[in-house]
Design a protein around this ligand. Structure first.
Ligand code: GLN
Length: 488
């Protein structure tokens, strides 16, 4: 079915003028509308403007201009990534109606490559959450079972791809927000190495952890998008000037004999048996591909969630100080005095989880507690990083579960923040260490919910990660399955 084409196929067809970008995008808009009715995944969409931008791509092609590798590919973008042509709200009341004066680096790159940004997708407010239930707008639903969450915080982007409305979406990942929803929605998601992709125009949550990355239905499309969005950018001082491989071309090379690490701590208490079984089967698949499985330990893994929630809240409390009712977005309508402009705007503009994090972070940074909490967390972060450095001396990649369970029910964890935080138990370490990690589908629970597995690699080893994942996908068909309502 043409609508379910991969990004690379669409780009080829559009560049060869077999299909127009306009027709591809019109189709994506129809599918997004249908998916939004069913799963509430959108924050903003402007059909007329989007079709005009698609026609512009067609004009560039007709005029014989060189067009990039994403010609006519419709892409949905998480609503914490700045777009000058669509509002950017972070699914927060405090940024209600905010329209950035500029495009994020990744948006510029996508558009220069011929992609057409079709919509902004729902998220947990300011990317804080693991279920998209913290959106100030409405929760998004999982297309495999609408009574369940899609994961978060990039839930809308994961659902846009899972529902086959668009082949590609972008998310951001501070502690798992690409990999966890990818896993719960049965699609592929990649968090690049910290510094591989510019954060310019990504609304800051925890600046030392945030990265932008793609969702797609297969690893080849992940690679294609990474090649487009990665690279140096002078506007983000942490965007490194490392050589940029052609990730898509790298996939044609076999990964060679891989040593794949199996982390003891990943298979401890709390891991749901169907998830453990699916990941174990994936180890067997890799073994049959010639890989050697290496048992190892990441001894500080049990401290990762605590460490992450101290560091991310500390950074968030500082980053979110800029929302004050004065600079942009929401302002309280009837302030008592000028101090109340700030206090009431923030009290009315932020949702409960964002407030919780600002308070936790402010406390962790406050004098008298700074050394006991924040400084200590930084030290633990170094230990976690060193664990990985040690592990990658005896293996090339680490394979494990992305999440302890498949998608949980809407409302199941909203009353218990700690239970929600534990959804990130396997994903936060990669952010703390800065290393790249991806999630791809590897099975289903007996109830028919998708299960994802996580592959993590050393800094800047995206090519190796993608090669291994592509080898797995050449042997398996989990990633080809779509939720029932989209099968036709
Ligand atoms: N779920 C994690 C959190 O709530 C991760 C969020 C993210 O990666 N943006 O912080």
């Amino acid at each position: 079915m043409t609508d379910e084409q991969s990004a690379r196929q669409i780009a080829q067809d559009v560049a060869a003028r077999k299909r127009s970008a306009e027709s591809v995008v019109a189709n994506a808009l129809d599918r997004l509308h249908a998916a939004d009715n069913a799963y509430q995944l959108l924050v903003a969409l402007d059909a007329d403007g989007t079709l005009a931008r698609a026609r512009d791509v067609d004009r560039r092609i007709a005029a014989g201009q060189r067009i990039g590798p994403l010609a006519g590919v419709p892409v949905a973008i998480k609503d914490n990534i700045c777009t000058s042509f669509l509002p950017t709200t972070c699914a927060s009341r405090i940024l209600d109606g905010f329209r950035p004066p500029y495009d994020a680096h990744v948006v510029e790159k996508l558009r220069a490559a011929g992609a057409v940004i079709v919509a902004k997708t729902n998220l947990d407010e300011f990317a804080m959450g693991s279920s998209t239930e913290n959106s100030a707008l409405r929760p998004t639903r999982n297309p495999w079972d609408p009574q369940r969450v899609p994961g978060g915080s990039s839930g809308g982007s994961a659902v846009a791809v899972a529902a086959r409305a668009v082949p590609i979406a972008l998310g951001s990942d501070t502690g798992g927000s690409i990999r966890q929803p990818a896993s719960l929605c049965g699609v592929c998601g990649l968090k690049p190495t910290y510094g591989r992709v510019s954060r310019y125009g990504l609304v800051a949550f925890a600046s030392s952890l945030d990265q932008v990355g793609p969702f797609a239905t297969d690893v080849h499309d992940l690679a294609l998008v990474l090649s487009v969005i990665a690279g140096h950018d002078a506007r983000d001082s942490t965007a490194v000037d490392e050589p940029l491989p052609d990730y898509a071309a790298e996939l044609d090379r076999p990964p060679g004999k891989l040593r794949i690490g199996r982390v003891r701590e990943h298979f401890a208490e709390g891991l749901d048996p169907p998830v453990a079984a699916a990941v174990d089967a994936a180890f067997e698949t890799f073994r049959s591909l010639g890989a050697e499985i290496v048992d190892l330990s990441l001894p500080h893994a049990p401290y990762a969630v605590a460490c992450y929630y101290l560091i991310c809240t500390a950074e968030a409390s500082s980053n979110l100080a800029r929302y004050d009712g004065v600079h942009y977005g929401y302002r309280t309508p009837r302030p008592a005095d000028y101090v109340d402009v700030y206090a009431a705007s923030r009290a009315e503009g932020f949702g409960p989880e964002v407030k919780r994090r600002i308070m936790l972070g402010t406390f962790a940074l406050s004098s008298g507690y700074h050394d006991a909490y924040y400084l200590r967390a930084l030290r633990v972060r170094t230990l976690i990083k060193n664990d990985f450095l040690g592990a990658f001396r005896s293996c090339d990649l680490i394979l494990g579960p992305t999440t302890p369970t498949a998608a949980f029910r809407l409302g199941e964890k909203t009353e218990d923040p700690l239970a929600m935080y534990l959804a990130d138990i396997y994903t936060v370490s990669a952010n703390l260490a800065g290393i790249p990690a991806l999630s791809i589908p590897c099975g289903f629970t007996p109830d028919g919910l998708p299960i994802g597995m996580q592959l993590a690699g050393p800094l800047f080893a995206e090519a190796r990660l993608l090669q291994a994942a592509a080898a797995y996908q050449s042997r398996t068909t989990w990633h080809t399955r779509a939720p029932a309502s989209n099968r036709s």
